[in-house]
Design a protein around this ligand. Sequence first.
Ligand code: CP
Length: 508
Amino acid sequence: MKKKVEQISFKARDIISIQDLTREEILYLMEKGKDMYTEEQSGNRYTNSLGKKVLFHAFYQDSTRTINSFNAAMQELGGIVRGFSGKEGTSVMKKECIRDTIVMAEATHADIIVMRHPKDGSVQWAADVAHVPVINGGDGTNEHPTQALLDLFTMYLINNDKLDNVNVGIGGDLAHGRTIRSLCAALSNFDDITIRWAADDILGMPDDVTRCLKKRNVAVIRHKQVKDVLRQVMFYYMTRPQFEMMSGNPVENQKKILKLLDVYRITLEKITGHNFKLMHPLPVNSETREIDYQVYFSAQQHFFTQAENGVFMRKALLDEILEGTIYERFTGILPDEIRIGNNRLKRRIKARRKEGRFIDNIHGGIVLDHLMPKTEDKVKETLKLACGDCDIISAYLHDSDKSFVKTSVTYLDERGLKMVCMCSPDPTVNIIHNGHVHEKYVYLLCRNDNCITRVLEEDVPPRFYKDDGNIKCRYCRHTYEVSNPNMAQFERKHFLATLPSSVIPVGK
Ligand code: CP
């Protein structure tokens, strides 16, 4: 194997998004995985010792491959596995939050945690809480980085150890699948990549993925028919419909998608005469049958090999992350970063005489300003829920087409602020002391409904960072154009971190 270049180090790193890995790092893992693959092929299993290191799997969603592949990898490396697969039988059923479950994983001596969860950004939050490395085993519709690594590894082995100049077709449900999102991002590290797809709009490639790929010089081509894609690709990556991630009526969704799949299903007839390798992250849905059973016996079928390749990739990754890490005694103390609050975008406090209209009748309390027009009643109800009995005055201002709410409460916690945001986004919060505005800031909450920051019970403080001129949610990485007036103000502020892993201090 090629000698590791100086800057490549996975030691003690979190693996949350495939976007955090460079081309060189991906290629390094491919080579390491290939060494392990070659040894296995020759009848010798790669069994480096991870001593008695412990992998804890926290799988809040079902899994067959990812969990077992990680467990196989860890055990073959000499480590130990424990954890849970599915919420049933755990204290998650008693409403234990992610933060506390992760601390418990550490309390039972985890050296590394692999987590899967239905909410976007949940694994980044677990990584913020944990002192040990955390690997994303799939978070909501967001990412599945180790799946992307094993997908690339399969292509790498077939394509004579190369990942440049690859022509891939993608099919099935492009809209809701995290595997496609991660695979596309992973491929964009390489040169001369073409991605072709044909799907109905509701299953089509998300616009943000297409935009991102084009920015990275990937050719993204939408075809009218699947047969036009199949004619021109080296790999065809089929996916199942992700019903569990679709909004709306599940029965209606199923009916609609089944009808569409008649067009998109991969059958023996469709693949005959072509040379592409058929991939699928699995599982295939046995009701929708997006891949016909006859295809399983064709030479083009590569999805079971792809699943086995996952063991080599995960072995390579675990070996790199854990090798040489030193056991640190559990202290039970949470990292300081997670105490640090939200992205409060401070506004300069204007001259007091201009504040009169907002703070008259109020000596101490909170004024929520710049609320969406006519949301004041909803916000008022929310505040009563969040703060109990308190004096509240609310109004809609015709001249500026906005609403505001004044309350006598002097403290509104993160959860209360989030509840307000769900009624009216980006409120300006004025903290009033002795009849003066003591503090003034805009409270920002990610707009992605499936983002972990929007789950009130989880207490995840919203955070954003700047990336390539846009603003991104630290957790789900949902991108905001800076043309959004409130987000645009980030441009002029210094407190915004430029790296996702940085901590954003309050109100600097
Ligand atoms: N590919 C994949 O993530 O499979 P599982 O859901 O079985 O883990």
